[in-house]
Design a protein around this ligand. Structure first.
Ligand code: C2O
Ligand code: CU
Length: 460
């Protein structure tokens, strides 16, 4: 069904994506640079950040599926940096991991990224050199790859969810990016949550309008627990990859750092009734993360359930009989200190590890070793079991390839690039190693990644 013109572009919010035929958008150059943006509520000064092109989040980049993208990173910071294109099944040389797939770009330098976009979906980009600090300072943005024709919706909205740790006295980002306390516990958690750089983000909508909400969790460490209020809908994609069947949203949506969820929602609230996306906020209960202000009504009744999004290529479930099975215990952290782990080639005890800022380990190894955790042959199917022996949750992310969570009964869940592994849980994933190169595998609580929870695999 084609969209009536009168619906298109109605009350377009700041991040509204036009529903016209897929097109390219975003600047040709990504300049990593200091900037000053109004993150905190009025009355506070603007906050000094590191940004792409002067805004937080950085510019929305979008391109049609099946095309190629080229972006030059210009480093106008006084520290080295790089850009990782999170969730793309990308050429390894373009993956942006400083120290593994490229050298960090020095201040004043530049790097030309160019790669194919085989998959439609919601992705994001962020710094991948000292990312614990650089992402917290603002170096991230969203990347949308459009299906050849959009689903039947009235509006397409990108919601980049983040939390900032702001000093309430000064309105500036709190220091302590490398704080041992945060790194050995739950990570750097902010005190001001927001969407698209605004703590008071809101959309305008009409009753029975149908929105596609692309949620991206860009926070350093916060797991967002979300609920729809005055909206009813379906999850249609996770981590960029379409679900075979849209899944009605009947419970909370849990979005771990780096995870994405594409929802198609209908506005059920009537004119004047507050609606939106709520977040669980500790003892404060539920609070509005993204408001939806409803005025008027678009149609007399809601529409039928949406059709699934078209599948991306290479989404077949791997056959798992007789494949290799790898085990990766997640170890360390406060309350479960490591006895010892290998770090830079030597076995170190917990004191020596802490002196080097290392509090965690993956299968006995703190930080990426000279050798990969595993060497896989091209197109090999493999199972990998994360056993969380810590008292903290971890958002385990694999670069370059998506995987599926394998349930106890052997069934395989949706394709993802980041999976939340809760304390005491053991979570098995399966993947086909169909992308050659050196791929990072790490916790996306970025303080954990920087203090032991980073390793890599090699696909030859
Ligand atoms: Cu989103 Cu290694 O990154
Ligand atoms: Cu972690």
């Amino acid at each position: 069904m084609s969209l009536p013109l009168s619906r298109r572009g109605f009350c377009t919010g700041l991040a509204a994506l036009p529903l016209a035929r897929p097109a390219f958008a975003g600047p040709a150059e990504l300049a990593a640079m200091p900037a000053s943006v109004q993150l905190a509520p009025e009355g506070y000064p603007a906050t000094g950040v590191w940004s792409y092109g002067g805004s937080v989040p950085g510019p929305l980049i979008r391109a049609p599926q099946g095309t190629r993208m080229a972006r030059r990173l210009e480093n106008r910071l006084d520290v080295p940096t790089s850009v990782h294109w999170h969730g793309l099944r990308i050429d390894n040389a373009m993956d942006g991991v400083a120290g593994l797939t490229q050298d960090a770009v020095p201040p004043g330098g530049s790097f030309d990224y160019a790669f194919a976009l085989p998959d439609a979906g919601t992705y994001w980009y962020h710094a991948h050199a000292n990312s614990m600090e650089q992402v917290a300072r603002g170096l991230s943005g969203a990347l949308v790859v459009d299906e050849p024709s959009p689903p039947d919706i009235d509006r397409d909205e990108l919601l980049m969810i983040d939390d900032w740790l702001i000093d309430p006295e000064t309105g500036q980002l709190a220091d302590g990016f490398a704080s041992p306390m945060a790194r050995s516990h739950g990570g750097r958690l902010g005190n001001l949550a927001g969407v698209n750089g605004r703590w008071d983000f809101a959309l305008e909508a009409k009753q029975h309008e149908r929105l596609r909400l692309r949620l991206v969790n860009a926070a350093n460490a916060r797991i967002f627990v979300l609920r729809l209020d005055g909206l009813a809908g379906w999850t249609v994609a996770l981590d960029g990859m379409p679900l075979e069947t849209p899944e009605p949203v009947t419970a909370e949506i849990v979005l771990a750092p780096a995870q994405r969820a594409d929802l198609i929602v209908d506005v059920t609230a009537q004119d004047g009734v507050p609606a939106g996306l709520l977040m669980q906020a500790g003892q404060d209960g539920w609070k509005t993360l993204a408001g939806v202000r409803v005025t008027g009504r678009l149609a007399a009744r809601p529409r039928e359930a949406p059709a699934p999004l078209p599948p991306n290529p290479r989404m077949d479930r791997p056959v798992l009989d007789g494949v290799r099975s790898l085990a990766m215990p997640l170890q360390g952290g406060a309350m479960r200190g490591l006895e010892s782990a290998r770090f830079e080639g030597a076995e170190l005890d917990v004191g020596a590890l802490a002196a080097r800022g290392q509090y965690w380990a993956l299968a006995g190894q703190a930080g990426p070793g000279a050798d990969p955790f595993a060497r896989l042959s091209l197109d090999e199917a493999v199972r990998l079991r994360f056993g969380n022996a810590t008292v903290f949750p971890h958002a385990m992310h694999l670069h370059g390839m998506h995987f599926r969570v394998v349930a106890r009964d052997g069934s395989q869940g949706p394709m993802r690039d980041t999976v939340l592994v809760l304390p005491g849980e053991s979570t098995e994933i399966a993947l086909v190693a169909d992308n050659p190169g050196k791929w990072l595998l790490h916790c996306h609580m970025l303080g954990h990644a920087a203090s032991g929870m980073t390793t890599w695999i090699e696909v030859a």
